[in-house]
Design a protein around this ligand. Structure first.
Ligand SMILES: NC(=O)c1ccc[n+]([C@@H]2O[C@H](COP(=O)([O-])OP(=O)(O)OC[C@H]3O[C@@H](n4cnc5c(N)ncnc54)[C@H](OP(=O)(O)O)[C@@H]3O)[C@@H](O)[C@H]2O)c1
Length: 232
C-alpha cells in the first residue's frame, strides 16, 4: 500500500535550512520539503553536510556567511533536563534554554539579514509548555519561552515570518532510546490523554510544517499539533 503525502507547491525552488535535520522530526521534514521541490540543506552538530551547534554562535555565524541566503530556516534543536526541582543542575538548565531559546535568537541574528521578504523561521516548541507536570519544569518553561519568542521576533523581523510548532508526544524516533515497555506505556498514555486517541505521527508534524512554511498570512504563531491533548 502506498501513502500519498501532501506536498506544498509554494516550496518548489525555495532554499531551506533545517538545523537538526539529521534525525527525528527534522529529518522527516528535510525529506518532505525536498519532495516538494525545495533545495534543502541539513545542518547537525556532526555529520557529512553542514555543522551548526546552536549553542555555539561561531558555528551559526560561519554557516550563515558561507551558505548564503535561505528562504526558510528551521530548527528542531532541543536539550532536555527532566528532573524534579531538587535535582536541577545549573549547566543542564542553561543547555536546555541555549538549544530552544538562545539558539533561535542567534539563528535570527545571523540568517535574517540574508533572507528575502517572503522568508520565514520555523522553530519547535512542545506541549509540555502548556501542560505543567512534576519533573518537566525546565522543558516546559523553555517551550513556553519559545512561544513568546516567536511573537517578539515576528514583530521585529517583519515582513519575515516567524512561527513555531508545538508537537504533542510524537513517534519521531526520539523515544526509541526508552525500553520497549516504557515507550509503549508513554504512547498509550499519550493516546489516552489526547482527543485524537492516538500518539502523534511524523506526518502530523510535517504536514503542518509544510503548510506553515508557505502560509504567507501566518506569523507570530505557535501551532499546536498535539491531537488536542492540551484540552484534556
Ligand atoms: N517527539 C516528541 O514527542 C516531541 C514532543 C514535543 C516537542 N518536541 C520537539 O520537537 C523537536 C524535534 O523533536 P524530535 O522528536 O525530532 O527530537 P530528536 O530526535 O531528539 O531531535 C532533536 C534534534 O535537535 C538537534 N539538536 C540538539 N541539540 C542541538 C544543538 N545544540 N544544535 C543543533 N542541533 C541540535 C539534534 O541534532 P543532532 O543530530 O545534532 O544531535 C536532533 O536532530 C524538539 O525541539 C522537541 O523538543 C518533540
Amino acid at each position: 500500500m502506498y501513502t500519498v503525502l501532501a506536498m506544498n507547491e509554494n516550496l518548489a525552488g525555495k532554499r531551506i535550512l533545517i538545523v537538526g535535520g539529521a534525525r527525528g522530526i527534522g529529518a522527516d521534514l528535510a525529506r518532505r520539503t525536498g519532495q516538494s521541490g525545495a533545495d534543502v540543506v541539513v545542518a547537525a552538530r556532526s555529520g557529512p553536510e553542514v555543522r551548526i551547534d546552536v549553542t555555539d554562535e561561531t558555528t551559526i555565524a560561519r554557516a550563515a556567511a558561507s551558505l548564503g541566503g535561505f528562504d526558510h530556516v528551521v530548527s528542531t534543536a532541543s536539550a532536555h533536563h527532566d528532573v524534579p526541582v531538587p535535582d536541577l543542575e545549573h549547566d543542564k538548565i542553561q543547555a536546555a534554554f541555549a538549544a530552544k531559546v538562545v539558539g533561535p535568537l542567534l539563528l535570527a541574528k545571523h540568517f535574517a539579514p540574508r533572507m528575502p521578504a517572503g522568508g520565514s523561521f520555523l522553530f519547535f516548541s512542545g506541549i509540555v509548555g502548556w501542560k505543567p507536570k512534576p519533573g518537566t519544569v525546565v522543558k516546559g518553561t523553555a517551550n513556553a519561552a519559545l512561544a513568546a519568542l516567536v511573537t517578539h521576533l515576528a514583530v521585529e523581523l517583519a515582513p519575515l515570518r516567524v512561527n513555531a510548532i508545538a508537537p504533542g508526544i510524537t513517534d519521531s524516533g526520539a523515544w526509541d532510546r526508552l525500553p520497549d515497555d516504557r515507550r509503549r506505556a508513554l504512547y498509550d498514555g499519550a493516546a489516552a490523554a489526547s482527543l485524537a486517541g492516538r500518539v502523534g505521527a511524523l506526518e502530523d508534524v510535517a504536514d503542518t510544517a509544510l503548510w506553515l512554511l508557505g502560509a504567507g498570512g501566518v506569523t507570530g504563531e505557535t501551532v499546536h499539533v498535539d491531537g488536542g491533548a492540551r484540552h484534556r
